[in-house]
Design a protein. Structure first.
Length: 410
């Protein structure tokens, strides 16, 4: 068990939020935009909150619910940034945390789209070309309500790449938060792996882990588990949850666990595998060792200046050279490559750029954070997974998840 304090007070400074907004406004100005509309979703789903939280320090705790005549856009927030003028943050509840929000002009409303449209008109942005960040969270109905309020369409240019580019390279304060999140994640994973014993179900050991994670400030995104005859899958197949709470584990079962979620807004996300009873057959050992070796091979190629797509090729070539087949196929005895044609992604306020995928042109820079993962297997054996979280350093990497053992078998 870890000795991490249950609640460690850590935060980004208000000045750092202000600096981020100044940087994104300059980038918008360079594109000839009059301003930016940044849209995010909060709530207990703990995804898609990143852009507004990154630029303003706000996350709505309200869950997304269908619109009603008495409210609209619940769980969503909007940050309006003119290139010349002050920022305005539109939030969906009055009892937000003002001490954590770095924007002076905050508008609380139960009709987020309508109020956002009013702010755009107030700032003279509604008839100008503006950038939209967070377009995958701006619902069709929300945009329709904005158009209804303004009585005309908006000229919105997608600029998600601008915010994503800023978010990729972490500040010293962010790195500290991520180190803390992954240290909590290590305790979380250790707790689960120690409880993956014969007679327990996947639900039993996931439950043990969730108790640990919640008590150390974690918010669950998911725990994807597959074991025994189902280990070739990424997770328990069917309706939620992503683990099986009915089948008891049996001695000799392969088990792989992928656990992810934020602590203080920043993510921990990694994978470990085991054999129930820790006694692996030679065939199982080949799969288990393969899952570790491919990730170590990819990580050996990480350093500033490397093209991210080359890391994908490094992993793909390793699979073929070591007898596990093509990545995006079922030759390796797992559905994972077809489900997820990548070997990881950036880690921060969610799963984010850059994506370790084919032809990804992003060049690695110091202080990027990556989660590097794979699930490998053999058709008649099953599958095992492994994942490490790393910071890109001047000379290679700092492995954040090194304190969680790589091998949970004898």
């Amino acid at each position: 068990m870890s000795s991490i304090p249950a609640h460690r007070e850590m935060a980004i400074s208000l000045e750092e939020y202000s600096q981020r907004r100044r940087r994104i406004v300059e980038l918008a100005k360079d594109r000839g935009l009059a301003g930016l509309l940044v849209w995010s979703r909060g709530g207990p789903a703990v995804d898609w909150y990143g852009d507004v939280l990154y630029l303003a320090g706000h996350h709505s705790p309200i869950g997304q619910i269908p619109d009603h005549r008495a409210w609209s856009g619940r769980a969503h927030s909007a940050l309006i940034l003119p290139v010349d003028g002050e920022a305005t943050l539109v939030v969906d509840l009055p009892d937000y945390s003002p001490e954590h929000v770095s924007v002076v002009d905050v508008r609380s409303t139960v009709h987020v789209p309508t109020t956002a449209a009013q702010v755009l008109r107030e700032k003279g942005l509604d008839r100008q070309r503006i950038g939209l960040a967070g377009r995958e969270t701006l619902l069709h109905n929300a945009y329709g309500l904005m158009v209804k309020e303004l009585d005309h369409e908006l000229e919105l240019e997608p600029v998600d790449d601008l915010v994503q580019t800023l978010r990729m390279v972490k500040s010293p304060a962010e790195l500290e938060l991520i180190r803390h999140a992954t240290s909590v994640g290590v305790g979380w994973m250790n707790t689960m792996m120690e409880a993956a014993i014969a007679g327990n179900t996947e639900g039993d050991f996931v439950g043990e882990g969730l108790r640990y994670f919640a008590s150390h400030g974690g918010a669950l995104y998911d725990v994807a588990v597959a074991s025994g005859p189902n280990s070739n899958h990424f997770q328990h197949v069917g309706v939620p949850p992503s683990w099986d709470s009915t089948r008891p584990l049996e001695r000799g079962d392969l088990v792989h666990v992928d656990a992810w979620g934020p602590v203080n807004g920043y993510y921990t996300d990694f994978v470990r595998s085991t054999v129930v009873g820790h006694k692996a057959t030679s065939a199982q050992r080949e799969v288990l060792e393969g899952s570790v070796s491919i990730i170590e091979h990819i990580i050996d190629g990480i350093r500033p200046g490397v093209i991210v797509g080359d890391l994908y090729e490094r992993g793909s070539e390793w699979l073929v050279a070591n007898g596990f087949g093509e990545h995006v196929s079922q030759e390796s005895g797992t559905y994972f490559g077809e489900l997820w044609p990548a070997f990881g992604y950036g880690l921060g306020l969610g799963l984010e750029s850059p994506w370790i995928a084919k032809d990804e042109a992003t060049v690695l820079k110091e202080h990027m954070v990556l989660a590097v993962e794979a699930l490998v297997g053999k058709p008649d054996v099953g599958a095992a997974g492994f994942e490490q979280d790393v910071i890109v350093t001047s000379g290679g990497v700092e492995v954040l998840t090194a304190d969680c053992p790589s091998r949970w078998w004898d």
